[in-house]
Design a protein around this ligand. Structure first.
Ligand code: SAM
Length: 332
């Protein structure tokens, strides 16, 4: 029986019909069928496997992910306890080793040495696709440099799941930015730069790319405040919360609407993805300034000083910085 290697896995020439009964049954090996060729895949070949895991719903694990996790020599995990729960659930006993931001470089060297010895190593993170706003890139680079096979095992990813159900256009593609900066100043600059580039693309007649960010629940209001300040309250956005989980939710509308909705909830919980529509034609520059936001609250009956304090808090700004912007805005 002839054998070849496809995408890091040994593939035999045996076909489904040739394989007796259910592929892999009785021989102790979890064999897999390539549905295009009908050929049976043999045991896992040596290499580095980047395995996506669910972002909430355990049913989103793939059959291939389970097989790779089961057959690997070791699983390098962002958090061995977190992955332990997943492995337990699926009855997988493969040994784990920690691989995270703080030991990434050292561990990558160690794992590459194992790979060069013919090891089969799976890399997983706490949830989703390794290397996407998560550890993974260093070991991939090291493995490629060492001439070791690097094999993606695709699956759940929060950005893509959020995007496809956001209702925001994708004809012109999308841009993924990972997390927005935690500091207000850096976040504002990033958004301002982005708006500049989106405007330039629009005037050049290029399509409008949807912009995708990861965000944390404790910063979402500040982030929306900054989007409003920079892009204007009419900017179309979407927030995807708790994807694939019991309380999955999509909020769609203008940034002003979503900010009011979330601010009204008292506390915002859960993991979330923030998306900005690519069209910048409707962008009303300056409508989201501190002064405009204060004015809006005042018309709603909030006392001016309190309004300024609230706007500063929502945008993660210091009191004096907010005061200066407010004064500047009032002069316009
Ligand atoms: N590697 C992961 C992936 O492929 O999506 C992302 C890891 S990153 C450290 C975690 C961030 O992803 C969260 O803060 C949130 O922005 C987003 N995220 C992860 N799971 C999510 C979920 N179930 N619903 C919404 N956003 C999620």
């Amino acid at each position: 029986m002839e054998e070849e290697t496809v995408s890091g896995e040994t593939v035999s020439e045996e076909t489904v019909s040739e394989a007796a009964g259910i592929p892999g049954e009785g021989d102790g090996l979890a064999l897999e069928v390539d549905w295009e060729t009908g050929r049976v895949r043999g045991p896992l070949a040596p290499g580095l496997y980047l395995v996506a895991t669910p972002i909430g719903n355990l049913e989103d694990i793939t059959l291939r992910a389970l097989r790779v996790l089961r057959e690997a020599d070791r699983i390098a995990c962002e958090d061995t306890r977190q992955t332990g729960k997943l492995l337990n659930h699926f009855g997988i006993n493969t040994p784990t080793v920690s691989y995270h931001r703080h030991n990434e470089a050292g561990r990558a060297r160690e794992l590459v040495a194992e790979l060069l010895d013919g090891g089969k190593i799976a890399v997983v993170t706490d949830a989703g696709t390794p290397g996407i706003a998560d550890p993974g890139a260093e070991i991939v680079e090291a493995a490629i440099a060492a001439g070791v096979a690097v094999v993606p095992v695709p699956g759940a990813n929060a950005a893509v799941a959020a995007l496809i159900a956001s209702g925001l256009g994708m004809d012109a593609g999308f841009a993924f930015h990972g997390f927005l900066p935690a500091k207000a100043g850096a976040r504002r600059s990033l958004l301002e730069g982005l708006l500049g580039r989106m405007r330039a693309a629009s005037s050049a007649g290029e399509g409008a790319m949807t912009q995708v960010f990861y965000e944390t629940p404790h910063r979402i209001l500040e982030a929306l405040g900054d989007v409003e300040a920079v892009f204007g309250g009419g900017q179309r956005v979407a927030v995807a919360r708790e994807l694939t989980k019991l309380h999955e939710e999509f909020l769609r509308g203008t940034v002003a609407e979503l900010r009011a909705e979330l601010a009204g909830r008292g506390s915002v919980r859960g993991e979330m993805v923030l998306m900005l529509a690519g069209e910048v034609d409707a962008v009303a520059e300056g409508s989201g300034s501190v002064a405009a936001a204060v004015r809006r609250l005042v018309t709603e009956g909030v006392e001016e000083k309190e309004a300024l304090k609230r706007v500063a808090r929502e945008r993660g700004m210091g009191k004096s910085e907010a005061y200066r912007e407010w004064q500047r805005g009032k002069r316009k």
